[in-house]
Design a binder for this molecule. Sequence first.
Ligand SMILES: [Zn+2]
Ligand SMILES: [Zn+2]
Length: 549
Amino acid sequence: MRPLGGLGEIGKNMTMFECDGRIVVVDVGLRFPTPEMIGIDLVLPDFTSLVERAADIEAIVITHGHEDHLGALPWLLREIGARDAPPVYGGPLTMAMARAKLEEHKLRDVELIDLADGDEVDLGPFELELIHMTHSIPDASAVALRSELGTILVTGDYKFDQTPVDGEAADLSRLAALGAEGILLLCGDSTNADRLGFSPSESVVGPHLEEVFSRAEGRVIVTSFASNIHRVQQVIDAAAALGRKVALVGRSMRKNVAIGGQLGHIEVPDGLIVGPREIDDFPDHRMVIVSTGSQGEPLSALRRMAYRDHPQVKLHDGDTVVFSATPIPGNERAVGETIDRLYHIGCQVITTADAPIHASGHGYAEEIKLMLNLTKPRYVMPFHGDYRRIRLHAALAEAVGVDPERIFCAENGDVLELDARGARFGVPQPAGMLFVDGVDIGDVADAALRDRRMLSADGIFIVVATISEQDGKSVADPEVIFRGVPFLDEAGQLREEIQDLVETSLESAAKDGVREPSDLQQLLHDHLAALIWERLKHRPMVLPVVLEV
Ligand SMILES: [Zn+2]
Ligand SMILES: [Zn+2]
């Protein structure tokens, strides 16, 4: 088995399991770019090695509908080609969300197969079974893969919520039964390995939301993840209890509530929901707006409201904005900015620091221990976490009595070999990232990204030299254009120095018989970059253009 993403990081979960040359992939997730990744829209696990072996892939299994488990699926299938794509398995809501995504990418021929918990499916050398889990999206599953060697259990994201909103607790008895049969390898969620005790139930959030709503004199705007359908249900219930109408704002919010409604994961009283255009038809104290944008995402509805740029919702003082989510690491700044804009408008802002209006979807330390004790795995590989959380998960495994030699703290690309003799690390494979820039996929050494970083920090020099086709000598003054170069007060002087350097470089090149424009450009680039570094101690992009006349 080999993780391609999700270890040593939070996001882009993806793992391949191979037996007798046949592959099952569990999860195909993505990550959102960090601020240094200028102009990059999405980050994907590097699945090029899998694309090359597309014919060997028996199936893809998705544990749940979150972007960090499902989001890269269309990109992988696009590379493989819809016609050669393996079938994709998952719970009904997960597959409905996958279908909507593939639809956006016009990938209609892919076979998406709904699996009910407990169904058993033969996938070549493996047998697949999904086990119901609780998480911050309905229809989350653990994946059991049985082979001749034993059973591998991938928990996916989970918590052990004893009172979930839909009443469907995680299938503890099935996990225990699998543990009694014997689990060879457990790959478990590490996200909250650093939090002590048990996570609070999702059900505790509802009453606190209702209390916050009841204190608000004007409109209430609640933001949370659109996929957290049970949270939206609790907002709807609290609004209904207080006689407020609900408007859903943001495309993904409306889409997920529609899909969740069709599959029976959310129940809305008749007449409760009104369209975004009808918001102003109701008095402020009769309205709750549920919005996307809990992470401060640039184009989200809440962000646009905060910047007074939303077509339907104009915020004003007296409005209360409730953040029923916590920022994912990396998003704190964008969330902070959004909150400050809301205060500027005069809104009241309530976050998880003010009231318990959020519950994490990931189990805490005691739940991780419970999983280990229920399943009694022979080997453990902590999944879904940065290195710190993976280590903490390993310590929890040791604490419940797993032999430290049977705990594998791995990173992306590591290969774990399992056979009758045991388990050990094999030769690691390269594991990088792919970047999505608009609609194109590039690799990790993506030149565009480097160029953008360079341009944003140090600007650009363009130098146009005109040479004679006959003897390669410069026939006109070189033109020097620069933009965005910092500390360039002595521009005039540097411009002359650059022109002189171009002339002398071209002269000596002509003497050495260097005549190809591409060679000359390379040579000019090296000389100019050295001069500019010498003078400015910056490395702007240097773009020499050699024209022959
Ligand atoms: Zn996740
Ligand atoms: Zn998740």
